[in-house]
Ligand binder design. Structure first.
Ligand code: IVH
Length: 688
């Protein structure tokens, strides 16, 4: 076999396995085998740059080069859809269709809630991916789209047109969305309001390697091209599926209004259990000949329509806007509403996020407002019924001073929220910090409870976290509702917290942006409170996952005299200020810097981490040039594997790891198959 043939063979096999994993949800080889194959391809490609190909599976990891998005003209305009909001309106559309078309066939599909994309393929290779833009021109986002694993870079079979475009939706599954927002919260970055914004924002990222990590997905729902070799939409989608595209299986071919209505009513409920967001149903005339008869306006085809699910909405009165002060001093405006029933629960309050949002809605107390429960859990106000506004109402003035302590509020650059800067004397901030400190994941003094913290505070017994360690039994026992026994329990759990590991002490301090994970990295990197307090900004930045924002926040925290005094008192109280050394079990992993990724069968990840340390190895959070071993479990992200391969890092399985630390463990059972997607309930009309 020539080198070129070898490369082609590997690419073909990898594309096939990728398709099985990301499109069919039915992997045919282990992640480890996939990684090995990819690594082999990577090595050969590096040695033979003349065979470089932007559509090679090795290109899926993206790059750190800055993207500039060229504007390009669509070969076939990307129209939008007319919306209907009721079955009645939908019925009118069907009547119109049936006036012109005999025995019309309809395809019902989910309306995916993401961002539209047009993919162009030439001779079976992805040529370009363009956003909708204004429908005529869009942005070329090919580099970013290449990293989306469910988008085929090279097609399967040989019966695709030499050039065609296929349209679909790039969306963010809830799991990726939740993970992304969690990460952003930990880093103190603004959160995405919903998966649609997150998908659109991600697609415009300037570095494709960032896109590669965010877990976007892509489903295709419309073929475009000159003289497509099909006579209907359903045929074209079946072919697209054969060529390797991800085409939803939640579709039905319908022949009547009743069948369509049944499909809608099924999905209006069932969509709540889908792992990705949808906002309606799209109904399309199936036969191309009928589409031609019906035609299009300049904006939207007459042969398709969207039925939008009703966002659960209610109209109610905005009684008052109040303001909450969080533990960090962040101010959150809250709408207090006349109680109203919405999606099965009575809503009395809705979040207003920040001053900008109030201004954008021109919200006034006394207004009748629309409250919605969308994909978000907390209800939000989406609009004002201006027709019902009282003529004497005046725009809402956002507060300038803290509603709790009266301090003048500040607004930091780049932040949407206002803050109360009076950290040491503002009640909710003080109590909030103490409550954070006693949380289970922090010092685990939960027997104390929020109410007791408030009680102790009101009675002047505690004013900060260090005061907890000076409490005496008679002080607590004399408080209302607390007797000798509970006082004893409380003191007991406060005393036990002296054993809580250093990383949790660090987390418990409540330093802004220092979440649980960051605290672990900091503790592991510096080893002691003293080392962290003395670290310069540059030194802090060397710790895993610590960026400028976190480093600055740590420096600010320890620069504060009162904080330093609290730290001193906590140290005197006997809290763990040094990271504990693990008992050494062996030196088998001496000198190894190990990254764990994926899921494992015999040990949890925490157990594996402890084992690594006990055997003299070091845990690293992310694959870097320092990494010597990647311990790869099932479902490990291909990006991580690829990076490890690029750096020539040794990759081992859980079994190999166990053998490394203690040579004689039996080989594990083969991995269980990934659960297959539950087949959809048949809806009237044949599914395809
Ligand atoms: S067909 C000319 N099918 O909805 C027909 N669109 O509101 C073009 N969308 O821009 C679109 N799911 O981004 C079609 N199954 C589906 C869809 C879908 C979501 C989006 C698409 C379009 C928007 C129109």
């Amino acid at each position: 076999m020539t080198i070129e043939q070898h490369i082609n063979k590997l690419r073909q096999e990898l594309n096939l396995h990728n398709h099985k994993y990301y499109v069919e949800n039915a992997p045919s080889i282990s992640d480890y085998e996939y990684a090995q194959m990819l690594r082999q391809l990577q090595e050969i490609e590096e040695l033979n740059p003349q065979y470089k190909d932007p559509n090679s599976p090795t290109m899926r990891v993206g790059s750190d080069l800055t993207n500039s998005f060229r504007t390009v003209r669509h070969n076939f305009p990307m129209l939008s859809l007319s919306n209907t909001y009721s079955l009645e309106e939908l019925g009118e559309w069907i009547d119109k269709v049936e006036q012109e078309v005999a025995e019309a066939e309809y395809v019902c599909e989910l309306k995916f809630d993401g961002t539209a994309i047009s993919l162009c393929y030439e001779n079976g290779h992805l040529l370009r991916a363009v956003t909708r833009g204004d429908g005529e021109m869009g942005d070329d986002v090919t580099e970013n789209v290449r990293t989306i694993r469910s988008v085929p870079l090279v097609l399967q079979g040989d019966d695709y047109p030499s050039y065609f475009e296929i349209r679909g939706e790039i969306f963010m599954p809830y799991s990726s969305f939740d993970r992304l927002n969690q990460e952003r919260e930990q880093q103190g970055e603004a959160l995405f309001a919903n998966p649609r914004n997150a998908a659109a924002g991600t697609l415009k990222q300037q570095q494709s390697q960032v896109v590669a990590r965010r877990g976007l997905d892509c489903t295709l729902y419309q073929l475009a091209g000159k003289e497509l070799p099909f006579s209907s939409h359903s045929e074209s989608l079946k072919a697209a599926r054969r060529w390797g595209f991800k085409v939803s299986s939640h579709m039905a071919l319908c022949h009547s209004f009743e069948q369509i209505a049944q499909f809608i009513s099924h999905w209006d409920e069932a969509r709540h259990s889908l792992p990705f967001p949808t906002d309606g149903i799209v109904i399309k005339v199936n036969r191309y000949a009928d589409r031609k008869t019906l035609g299009s306006t300049s904006k939207a085809p007459k042969w398709a329509v969207a039925y939008k699910f009703k966002a659960e909405q209610a109209l109610t009165k905005l009684l008052k806007v109040s303001y909450q002060v969080g533990r960090t001093g962040a101010i959150t405006p809250v709408a207090n509403l006349e109680p109203v029933l919405l999606a099965g629960t009575t809503v009395k309050r809705a979040t207003l996020h920040n001053a900008d949002q109030i201004a954008a809605l021109d919200l006034r107390e006394g207004d009748m407002v629309y409250v919605e429960k969308g994909g978000e859990i907390i209800p939000k106000i989406t609009g004002v019924e201006l027709g019902e506004r009282d003529a004497s109402s005046t725009p809402l003035q956002y507060i300038t001073h803290c509603p709790e302590c009266g301090a003048e509020l500040v607004r930091y650059e780049g932040e949407a929220k206002h803050y109360c800067p009076n950290q040491s004397h503002c009640r909710p901030q003080i109590i909030g910090r103490i409550i954070h400190f006693i949380r289970r994941k922090a010092m685990n003094i939960e027997s104390l409870g929020e109410e007791t913290v408030e009680l102790l505070f009101e009675n002047g017994l505690i004013g900060n976290i260090a005061d907890l360690y000076d409490l005496r039994i008679e002080q607590i026992a004399s408080l209302p509702r607390l007797g000798d026994k509970s006082a004893r329990n409380i003191l007991q759990s406060i005393a036990s917290s002296r054993e809580v590991a250093f990383n949790r002490v660090l987390f418990a301090l409540g330093i802004r942006f220092v979440g649980e994970t960051t605290a672990k990295y900091l503790a592991a990197h510096f080893g002691s409170m003293e080392a962290i307090m003395q670290a310069s900004r540059e030194e802090l930045l060397e710790a895993e996952e610590v960026g400028g924002k976190i480093a600055d926040s740590i420096i600010d925290y320890f620069a504060d005299e009162q904080n330093r005094e609290i730290i001193q008192r906590l140290q005197r109280a006997g809290l763990q200020f040094v990271a504990a050394k693990q008992e050494k079990a062996s030196n088998a992993l001496e000198g190894e810097n190990i990254v764990i990724s994926g899921s494992f069968e015999q040990y949890s990840r925490d157990e594996l981490k402890a084992l690594i340390e006990a055997h003299g190895g070091k845990n690293l959070a992310a694959v870097s040039a320092n990494t010597t071993l990647l311990l790869a479990g099932a479902k490990i992200g291909p990006a991580k594997l690829q990076k490890a391969q690029k750096l020539g890092i040794r990759i081992i399985s859980e079994q190999e790891f166990i053998q490394l630390i203690d040579g004689n463990v039996a080989i594990a059972e083969p991995e269980p198959e990934i659960e297959s997607i539950t087949p959809q309930q048949p809806i009237q009309g044949s599914l395809f």
